[in-house]
Write a protein that binds this ligand. Sequence first.
Ligand code: ATP
Length: 351
Amino acid sequence: DVKIKRNADPKEEYTLEEEIGRGKFGTVYKCKEKSSGLCLAAKFISCPKKEDKRNVEREIDIMRMLQHPRLIQLYDAYENGKVMWVILELIEGGELFERVIDDDFILTEKACTIFMRQICEGVDFIHKQRILHLDMKPENILCLTKTGNRIKIIDFGLARKYDPDKKLQVLFGTPEFVAPEVVNFDAIGYGTDMWSVGVICYVLLSGLSPFMGSTDVETMANVTIAKYDFDDEAFQNISENAKDFIKKLLIKDLHQRMTAEECLQHDWLRRKKPILQRVSSMDVAKDNLKVFVERWNEHPNSPYVFEISDGDVELLKGDTGSESSHSLIADSPSPCGSIASSIENDNIFVE
Ligand code: ATP
């Protein structure tokens, strides 16, 4: 059981190596445990404010509860002045979407089922621990190795413990992956992650973003009415089973969506009763995915987190975004709702 080491320096026990990743809140380095020679990842998070530390501590607390092969594993943690270090299992295969667009990778529907099954196994475990991930998106799914097909879910920075008897509301960015209840500031639940799983599946099979509009506001409007279709040629050779899987996730009412457990029992993902799984390469989807990844890398959608108490909105993480996204949100009435408009952003968190 990992306990945070206070006023200690990880450099005493670990040798820091090269930078391997960077997010909005942290920089990730490769590192080696001196005593064992074990290669790990060290995430450095600057915490100028008390709340920053509280957030990292919450992330650590949640990760402690999530010991599962499909989820990134916590190894050690440090607090040192205004800095925190989280030592994690090292995942060396890179982001799933980067992997599937590689020239050496043959993207087939069967390959998609293998990835989606693992994603659902991970989410099922998270939900069984009464936790919501709340930031399921392609960049948070990493491949274990460069050549294998095992994946892991990372980044529990927005995850929350969930009590189904208490109302939990959140509102945050990445409009393309966020569920209607988030945009509408309604009560969220396990289904909120399942919506994002549905979007990830749609993108993986087609390379297309189901709700994307020409502006964030348009995207969120599409999300709130759950408006999407399978009309594009990318879906021409996709099985009815796969479409049915997506249809049972991208449903406006979160209670009607499949649970992660139900997903694993769906014919498309079932191992016991194999359906005719398509092995022809999905060339259109792959070309589309290259465009998707390129766009995503140019405009990474890192989350902003606000906390609201007694009507006061306080920015906990991130900055306030570009001018354009400000005015887009501020000028629009629905679907972002009055709270989103009033704080002029798309990432709010309320418990
Ligand atoms: P975000 O801005 O998405 O919230 P963050 O600041 O919380 O990001 P992470 O998403 O945890 O940081 O990590 C940033 C990047 O570092 C990831 O996208 C990933 O590419 C890489 N990374 C994170 N953890 C690991 C790990 N354990 N092994 C290898 N690479 C990792």
